[in-house]
Ligand binder design. Sequence first.
Ligand code: SF4
Length: 470
Amino acid sequence: MQLRRSTRLTSKRIPTATLPSQPVPKKTQNHKRLSQTKTRDIEDYFSQDEDNCVRAHLLRWYDHNQRELPWRRKHGGAWDDDGDAKEKRAYEVWVSEVMLQQTRVSSVVAYYNRWMERWPTVHSLANASQEEVNEMWAGLGYYRRARFLLEGAKSIAKQGRFPGNAAELLGVPGIGNYTAGAIASIAFNEVVPVVDVNVVRVISRLQAISSNPKESSTVKLIWNLAGQLVDKSRPGDLNQALMELGATICMPTNPKCTNCPVSDQCRALSLSRCNKSSIKVTDFPPKVIKSKQRLEFAAVCVVIVQNELCENQKHVNGNLYLLVKRPDEGLLAGLWEFPSVLVAQKQTDVKSRRTEMNNYLKNLNFDLGKNYDLVIREEVGEYLHIFSHIRLQMHVELMILTTKGDLGQLENQMKSCQVTCKFVHGSAMESMGLTSGIRKVYNMIEEFRTKQMLTNMGEPIRKLKRIRSR
Ligand code: SF4
């Protein structure tokens, strides 16, 4: 396709009617208005000269400014030729990119280093259990990604080699266009683009693209433009440069345009300079109003069993926490949590929650009157946990029980129910990989118990002070 040449960037190229001033709801009249305006052909975007210019500036900037990150380290500088080193690099890029989809770089580094120490190759990961992977992932959220990493590793180990191009990588469970592009370009030097939120932002601003970035036509356009930009000799570096620019310079709210290596090619900046009061570079891409998260309510009961057998066996303490495994499908699939039941908003009063919880515990063959004696049952507090689509209000209570029975026997009784559960010793809870929501509940309980202990210790002292003052 012959690309139309255009070296000067002026505001005339973008009809002002297409400029966003309000967030773009997913489906709104505003949407309609934007789609009715004249759309640009792909040739109207980067000309070949502009492509070359952006590419050269970006690569030069990246060479001097890239952050030192563990997954960017070369293995003896050999990965360009050595097949094993390339596979190792591919595995590292894969793990880091999946983690980076979860959280910011600074948090990922520690997770990544721990992960690589435990599973340095895709084959070692393939031998891990889901339980181990979940533990290692704990706190990163969106555990489906961790599950796919393990499934993908097993599938690659079965094939016997790491797929060496984007098309083959797409056949690995959990690897989509973005991850395939990142691995193929960075590890195998394939000339393919990568589009993540940073790239969407940078390209939308470079080209002053005002359409909804979530809409499939815009997504397609940005992939095409990113593909047009990829450098033939250094595809991985160019892709990383675009992402790095979005992460460190062209940020969502405060872009550092004065430090930007491609500011001369940036149409959003050019428009904002020509229309000082009405257009800002941060108008691109237009903000999309997220669909509302639904509010759910859960009764959570932290059950601690103080078992005499444990104390006789000189455990650090005799507290055993009851944990329940979530179903293998759906939200937080296969992860451990404290006994929890979803309740309706009108059932969030203490009495209704306890009725629901008692029924739930009965289904775990956890017979309160028969095998366990209640020591305390107290309300601890509420905690709002935010998922991408749900706001879960957890009403947390603490239930401490004693049993003189054989714990092994009681555990066996629990095994006969349909839900998988287990006791975990108090000392193991500290280091156990728990989801951030469950870790928060655990911390609430520990704080509550410490306060209770201090209150109980303070009472005799207060009594003594009262007696002395008489
Ligand atoms: S000039 Fe500013 S808005 Fe444009 S790409 Fe650079 S940082 Fe982003």
